[in-house]
Design a binder for this molecule. Structure first.
Ligand code: NAD
Ligand code: SER
Length: 319
């Protein structure tokens, strides 16, 4: 990767991936693009562009302007919002992604478009979910992810476009709040623990889902894109995980730091239904074998770090 375009760079993942890419590849080599870029953001330390991913001409224009060789496509409508706006989720998740693939084919770029645990559905084996298995999701978000995986493999096999991706689990982070997914609770719980000493979970006790702390999610993207292509038997997309947890496990870990923390439940049926259709825990052995995937953060270390950082934000009046 030399010149990188990050589309959706102001979202939960992009707001941390973009600075890390700039650290490693140089600020002027990483272009932050989004629908409505915020002018006062820390990302203003390098090139920032307004881009609607559904505008193929504008996308091609940016790729030419900055001699882009790698497109990191993070634009998406996440699972819970996607159920409210399915056509928007399809337009951005599928038509936007196809624009990336077509521009990459014409102008010679590599493409990273994350998939998700949402690419699986109720027919998929829920425990130790294999890399290659049944994928019949029941959300529009999941449908866009399976389509993205298939189209990315198609462009690699038919045109040689260097497409690679991971199936991210729920990402836990403390810079930008998540954008309307089913796993958002695992971020909100830390913020409410610090601010209120309690949290009301939309998912019930015993709802196990794969999760990951943001530094591991960033490493996964960069390490996969830098991996030796001759070692990749899979491409789109690799299962990756760091932990499989439910709300009770999160609460118990938070109580080690904040003993009075109270967890309540008010189940949101749509989110609960989505979560029930996703794996409890994915098997990520192919990613480990083919490009050396290995998470560095577990529940204990992540919780200590989340409470420290969110606590500092609270003390400064930032949240
Ligand atoms: P997010 O919702 O926080 O950010 C998405 C960004 O895309 C936003 O900044 C938004 O403004 C931008 N965007 C929306 N429509 C656009 C358009 N038409 N043109 C350009 N930009 C547009 O999402 P995220 O959590 O950062 O997710 C990034 C990627 O990772 C997505 O593909 C998502 O499906 C995937 N993923 C995320 C998680 C997670 O837990 N965060 C888990 C699995 C997969
Ligand atoms: N965090 C995402 C969601 O819940 C999973 O892809 O929608």
């Amino acid at each position: 990767m030399k010149n990188i375009l990050v589309i959706g760079s102001f979202g939960q993942i992009g707001s941390e991936l973009t600075p890390e890419l700039r650290k490693r590849y140089g600020s002027s080599h990483v272009v932050a693009a989004d629908l409505c870029p915020k002018p006062d953001s820390p990302l203003a330390d390098g090139p920032v562009e307004k881009l609607d991913i559904t505008d193929a001409e504008a996308l091609a224009g940016l790729v030419k302007k900055y001699s882009i060789d790698t497109i990191i496509n993070l634009a998406a409508i996440l699972s819970a919002v996607g159920e409210k706006k399915p056509m928007l989720a399809w337009n951005i998740g599928v038509n936007g992604m196809l624009n990336c693939l077509e521009v990459a084919r014409e102008l010679g770029c590599a493409v990273f478009t994350p998939s998700s645990i949402a690419a699986f559905g109720p027919d998929t084996p829920a425990d130790d979910t294999p890399q290659d298995t049944i994928q019949r999701p029941c959300t529009m978000y999941g449908v866009t992810k399976v389509t993205g995986e298939l189209m990315s493999d198609y462009y690699f096999k038919k045109y040689g476009v260097d497409t690679r991706s991971v199936r991210y689990p729920g990402i836990i982070s403390n810079v930008t709040l998540p954008g309307g997914g089913t796993t958002d609770y695992a971020v909100e719980i830390y913020y409410d623990a610090v601010k209120k000493g309690s949290y009301t979970s939309p998912l019930g006790a015993g709802t196990f889902l794969d999760m990951m702390y943001m530094p591991d999610a960033i490493d996964a993207c960069i390490n996969l894109m830098e991996a030796d292509p001759s070692k990749l038997k899979h491409r789109n997309s690799f299962n990756i995980s760091a932990m499989s947890i439910d709300p009770e496990m999160l609460a118990a870990e938070i109580r080690k730091h904040l003993p009075g923390f109270v967890l309540n439940y008010d189940i949101e049926p749509v989110k609960q239904g989505i979560a029930n259709s996703w794996p409890n825990s994915m098997n990520d052995s192919c990613a480990r074998e083919e490009w050396g995937w290995k998470p560095n953060w577990n529940l204990q270390d992540m919780t200590a770090d989340m409470l420290k950082v969110v606590g500092e934000k609270f003390a400064k009046g930032l949240i």
